[in-house]
Ligand binder design. Sequence first.
Ligand code: UDP
Ligand code: MG
Length: 313
Amino acid sequence: MTDSRPNVAIVIPVFNEEPVLPELFARLEALFRANPDCSWRAVFVNDGSRDRSVEMTRAQSLRDPRFELVELSRNFGFQGALAAGLAHARDADAAVTMDADLQDPPEVIPDLVSAWRSGAEVVRAVRRSRQETGLRRAGFDLFHAVFGRLTDFPIEANTGTFGLLGRPALEAFAQLPERNRFFPGLRAWIGFETADVAYDRQERAAGRPKQTFRRLVRYAVDGFFSFSYLPLRFLTYSGILVSGLGFALGLFFIVKRLLGIETATTGFTTLVSLVTFLGGIQLIGIGVLGEYLGRVYDEVKQRPIYLVKPPRR
Ligand code: UDP
Ligand code: MG
């Protein structure tokens, strides 16, 4: 008898998550047990962990083959690991994407699945609350405010990676070739019927965040530049504005000369300020161009987004 239940894969990138894994395994097992109406599997993508995460996942997978391990050849970062897991789960009817640290509670997954079963192809888990405070929190809020307003594909504030993709959405993801991957943005870009499920984001179960603040900033900048031409447009506009001002200023001095109005040759401060101001604008402009150029360079190199380790001999 073939299994007619939907095949749901849970994709989890793992980087040095040794302290949370036992609880994660236990809570996933409980989830599987409590929801026998799906055929479950969990795809753990090891993103070059240097602790015992791999050994622990391998042991778990021997105990219960529904737990699978995909090992990357080194640390590719969260986005690379996620892409690897989604590619691995392409034959599933639906794939859940979540963090290993239990900030995304597995107990929400049945709600994601039922939203999918009632017709949505993309399900986003929306945070009703979040635990981060201080600088990290302010950074998240600022990012969502800016990103939501300025990009061509606004993402819902309070959504992150946690969610579900149905088969067509998984296929769509597999068609996205870009190397600079910003998951929530790409998820907005592919479209499809989308549903939201509210949940309370938890505190990290154990260990320290693996995404350092610097990494998060880079991630935000990446997301911004890969979804918006606005910085370029802004440059064009400020160029037009500044040259307009320069033209008006020139005109002003010519007219003054023609009318024979004499002024003392002062204006050193003005000159110095103008020169440094314009120099600054030009450097910023080169920097913005560089951001795009670097991304273009990354794309044309066509390097794979991740590499999978061969199975152990
Ligand atoms: N992660 C990863 N590769 C990395 C960094 C993080 O696969 O280089 C994983 C990590 O194990 C976790 C998820 O990405 O499952 C989210 O990381 P974390 O909780 O540290 O970041 P947060 O988004 O909560 O700040
Ligand atoms: Mg986390």
